[in-house]
Design a protein around this ligand. Structure first.
Ligand code: AMP
Length: 276
């Protein structure tokens, strides 16, 4: 496994790389959710690139950029286990040198849900992902549906900017009690960790209720959402949003973001698949 820290070394490696190049971008602190993306990449790509970069431009000024967990040594061990060929882990100055002033913005799907509460977040995500795509030039790239809004924003960017890259959305990997795996779960106290799966259980319950009422010719998503929001608040969650948005004609996203003892957790279900 080759470790690369600079853009110039990555680009000269890329010139000689033959075959289908797959790419998994991450911010590190890798867990079984990331490993699943690496496994999908292993199945489908001849050459497998992982990036580890805590991207400053996607964090707000009051967010956890400085506290974000950094665990490079164990990340490299997992990457090796998962058959990664190249790990790209540049420093912030490498990607954003002094005088950097160019950003890419998707302006529709990035507006609701997390976009409402994290101004500039998706602009940071689309900018860094496009930069990494330009540097690595993959044919395939893998993203988790744990961050479904991010996935749909990036799909739209790829379509709108005519990039020849196939994005694959990988289903959310969960703990056995339903909690979506996340690098931020390590912030949870034992008590908060015990409560945290309620987020997914309320999402499922709400999705089932919406689908059930639709099957009976009613459209009662508002009440179902209000009740789930209330149930989460009663359990100590500070709910930022619990809402759904239309992505395409057949795809809706029911998503939640909530703070639990100061840790921000997100989760979602894709409604058209919730019935499947
Ligand atoms: P992050 O390191 O949090 O930026 O995540 C890197 C990639 O891993 C993103 O595409 C995430 O959606 C994906 N990911 C994170 N957690 C999970 C999970 N529990 N299941 C599937 N994919 C995940």
């Amino acid at each position: 496994m080759r470790l690369i820290e600079t853009i110039s070394e990555l680009k000269s490696w890329r010139k000689n790389a033959n075959g289908t190049v797959g790419f998994v971008p991450t911010m590190g602190a890798l867990h079984a959710g990331h490993a699943e993306l690496l496994r999908r990449m292993h199945e489908t790509s001849d050459i497998r690139v992982l990036s580890i970069f805590v991207n400053p431009t996607q964090f707000g000024p009051k967010e956890d950029f400085n506290q974000y967990p950094r665990t490079l040594e164990s990340d490299l061990a997992l990457a090796q286990e998962c058959g990664v060929d190249v790990v790209f882990f540049p420093k912030a100055e490498e990607l954003y040198p002094e005088g950097y002033s160019t950003y890419v913005e998707e302006t529709e799907l990035s507006q609701p849900l997390c976009g409402r509460f994290r101004p500039g977040h998706f602009r940071g995500v689309t900018t860094i992902v496009l930069k990494l795509f330009n540097i690595i030039q993959p044919q395939l790239a893998f993203f988790g549906l744990k961050d479904a809004q991010q996935f749909f924003v990036l799909k739209r960017m790829v379509k709108d900017l005519n990039l020849d890259i196939d994005l694959e959305g990988v289903p959310t990997v969960r703990e056995s009690d339903g909690l979506a795996m996340s690098s931020r779960n390590r912030y949870l106290s034992p008590q908060a960790r015990e409560k945290a799966p309620a987020l997914f259980h309320e999402l499922r319950k709400c999705a089932d209720r919406i689908m059930h009422s639709r099957a009976h010719g009613e459209e009662d998503s508002k009440t179902a959402i209000e009740e789930s929001r209330f149930a989460l608040s009663a359990q100590g969650f500070d709910v930022q949003y619990f809402d759904f948005i239309k992505i395409t004609k057949s795809t809706e996203l029911l998503a939640v973001a909530a703070y639990l003892e100061g840790t921000r957790l997100i989760d979602n279900v894709i409604l058209s698949q919730a019935m499947a």
